[in-house]
Design a binder for this molecule. Structure first.
Ligand code: TYM
Length: 351
C-alpha cells in the first residue's frame, strides 16, 4: 500500500496539525510505502515572502524529522523539486469542472481574506493537491477533517480521468494495445483519524485550531515552551456545568478530552472514566497540560538540534525528491500517453 500526504510549510505548526496529521504520518511509515511532501507551491497561492518561504521549508523539515519521520523509512520531499506535480496539475485541469472549484469552501473563505489579489492559483489549489496524490498512485491519504472536500474532489478527478482517458488499447481506448488493461490513476481513500481529526481553538472551541483563522492564546504550537503550553491550556475556555464528558453543548470540554485521549494513548471513554473523580475542569486542564507537555517536549528538543544543520536538511529533501521523481515520472508518462500529449510511449518503463 502506498500512503501520501502533503503539508504547507508556512505558518507555525500547531497541535491540530500534530494530532490530526503528523502523528498519522509517523504511523504510516510502519503501514506501507509512505511519501510526505512539503507543499511550497501551494504556499505561493496567497501573499507570501520568498525568503520566508525557503526558511519555513527548513523549519518544517526539521519539525517532521523531530516528530519521527525517518528518511530511511519514508520519502520526505519538497513539492517544488518534482516538476511532475505542476505538469499533472495542468493535465488534470482538462477533467476538472470550473464551477466545482469556485464552490470549494477553502477558495470561498480564502478569497475574501486576500487584500491585494485573489490569484488564479488559489482557485487551482485543489487541482494541484489532486496532482500531488495522483502522481504517486497513492492508495491512502492521512489528513485532518478539514481536507475532506479536497479529497472528494481528488477522487472525482481521478475517476473522470480514468473514464475520459482509458489506456490506449483497452475496450474504450484507441491506439496500441498496452496489455495490462488497468486504470491509469488510483482513486485514493482518505484516512481521517477517529479521534483528533478536528482539534478546536482553546479560546473558541467552535472554530478549528488554525494558524490563520484562530486566536494566539487558543493555539498551542508544537514548538511552544512548556510554560506557554501550560498557560494556554489552563486558560482554555470551558463550558457550563462541571461534568467531564463529551457532549455537543460542551465543545470546550469535549476538545480537551480528545486532546488528552490522544496524548495519553487512551480512548475518550477511558479519559471520561479516569476523570470521574476529578474536582472540576481545573483537574482536567492540569492533566491535559501535563500530557501535552510530555508529548511535545521531546520534539522540541530534537528540533533545535536538527534545525541547526541546513545542509543536512537539504540533503534529506534532495534525496527524497530523487526517489519521489522516479515514481511520479512513470505516472506522468502513462498520463501523457493516454491523453495523446507528446510522442507515443512505445517502450513502457517498469513499475
Ligand atoms: P495544512 O498544511 O493546512 O495542514 C496539514 C494537516 O494538518 C491537518 N489539520 C488539522 N487536523 C486536526 N485539527 C486541526 N485543527 C487541524 N488543522 C490542520 C490538515 O487536515 C492536514 O492534514 N491542502 C493541505 C496540504 C496538501 C495536501 C496535499 C494534503 C497539499 N497537497 C495532498 C494531503 C494530500 C493543507 O493545506 O494542509
Amino acid at each position: 500500500m502506498r500512503i501520501f500526504s502533503g503539508i504547507q510549510p508556512t505558518g507555525t505548526k500547531h497541535l491540530g496539525n500534530y494530532i490530526g496529521a503528523i502523528r498519522q504520518y509517523v504511523h504510516g511509515q510502519d503501514r506501507g510505502e509512505a511519501l510526505y511532501c512539503i507543499v511550497d507551491l501551494h504556499a505561493t497561492t496567497v501573499a507570501y515572502e520568498p525568503a520566508e518561504l525557503r526558511r519555513s521549508v527548513y523549519d518544517l523539515t526539521a519539525l517532521l524529522l523531530a516528530a519521527g519521520l525517518d528518511p530511511s523509512r519514508c520519502i520526505l520531499f519538497r513539492q517544488g523539486d518534482v516538476h511532475e506535480h505542476t505538469e499533472l496539475c495542468w493535465l488534470l485541469c482538462s477533467v476538472t469542472e470550473l464551477g466545482r472549484l469556485q464552490r470549494m469552501h477553502q477558495f470561498r473563505d480564502k478569497s475574501v481574506t486576500q487584500r491585494e489579489l485573489v490569484s488564479a492559483g488559489l482557485l487551482l489549489y485543489p487541482v494541484l493537491q489532486a496532482a500531488d496524490v495522483l502522481a504517486y498512485r497513492a492508495h491512502e491519504v492521512p489528513v485532518g477533517e478539514d481536507q475532506r472536500e479536497h479529497l472528494e474532489l481528488m477522487r472525482d478527478v481521478a475517476r473522470r480521468f480514468n473514464t475520459r482517458f482509458p489506456r490506449p488499447g483497452t475496450p474504450h481506448g484507441g491506439g496500441q494495445a498496452s496489455g495490462d488493461g488497468e486504470e491509469v490513476l488510483v482513486v485514493p481513500e482518505h484516512r481521517i483519524p477517529e479521534i483528533g481529526a478536528r482539534i478546536m481553538d482553546l479560546q473558541d472551541p467552535t472554530r478549528k485550531m488554525s494558524t490563520t483563522g484562530g486566536s494566539e492564546a487558543g493555539t498551542v504550537y508544537v514548538l511552544d515552551e512548556p510554560s506557554a503550553i501550560v498557560k494556554k491550556i489552563k486558560g482554555a475556555v470551558t463550558d457550563s456545568g462541571k461534568e467531564i464528558v463529551r457532549a455537543p453543548e460542551k465543545p470546550g470540554v469535549s476538545n480537551l478530552i480528545e486532546i488528552l485521549a490522544v496524548a495519553r494513548g487512551h480512548t475518550p471513554e477511558q479519559v471520561e472514566a479516569e476523570m470521574r473523580d476529578a474536582r472540576g475542569y481545573g483537574d482536567l486542564k492540569a492533566a491535559v497540560a501535563d500530557a501535552v507537555v510530555e508529548m511535545l517536549a521531546p520534539i522540541r528538543a530534537r528540533y533545535v538540534e536538527l534545525r541547526a544543520d541546513e545542509d543536512a536538511l537539504e540533503t534529506v529533501l534532495a534525496d527524497g525528491a530523487a526517489r519521489a521523481r522516479a515514481i511520479a515520472s512513470d505516472t506522468l508518462a502513462d498520463v501523457r500517453d493516454c491523453m495523446g500529449v507528446g510522442p507515443p510511449r512505445t517502450v513502457r518503463a517498469p513499475r
